[in-house]
Design a protein. Sequence first.
Length: 260
Amino acid sequence: MSAPSVVVTGAAAGIGRSTALLFARRGYRVGAVDIDRAGLESLAEESAPITTGQIVTGILDVTDAEEWSRTLAEFCVDGRLDILVNNAGLLSSGPFEDTPVSRHRQIIDVNITGVVLGCHAAFPYLRDTPGAQIVNMCSASALYGQPDLATYSATKFAVRGLTEALELEWAHHDIKVQAMWPLFVDTHMVDGMDIGARRSLGVNLGADDVARAVFDATRPGRRSARVHRPVGRQATLLSALAQISPGWANRLVNRRLTGH
């Protein structure tokens, strides 16, 4: 139980899976949680040869507060948690009005409620762990509202706001809160996506790229004042431009990139 611990949501596939495997290979005890039982079973099989760390899988609906409490109580048996990675997320692309209301609600529930509940449930464990950290998976779509990704983009603005607020609020508890900002990542979430932004920018990141960024941002002894961490050259450039450009210029750039 002396190994550092990390809980990763949405760990059955994509960024979450790559993140769980990377932390395990670096000696962490990893709580890999998801609602995808088959994906978690294959993750456990893939991680079996790892000898430096450990992956403990578990079923978790991130929108259920009671499941959060149960999962963390079972994993954090010594009362400690070094890192929480709020990665679970949903995405739908296309015209806002063509997306069913039920899907809009599902995206909001997972992408916002899931992060809020995760932070809330993990707080006592993080508070009691010196140097604890939270990484929230944000997105470059939170730089400016994205057409054809309207609700997803809005949820990432919410994640951005929550990250900024908790980074200030929990600093006196020695809990570092930060957000990762990738652009399009080559996972199942972009399968079949045909929107202007993807055509303009392409898909230039893999799940392993984001996983490495998460690990690098949380390495022991490397705690900086940075709250937002763009992943990849494109996100870094767009983030820098958004900070120095007036609102009308950001709107123009996004309009041209998205074809609107």
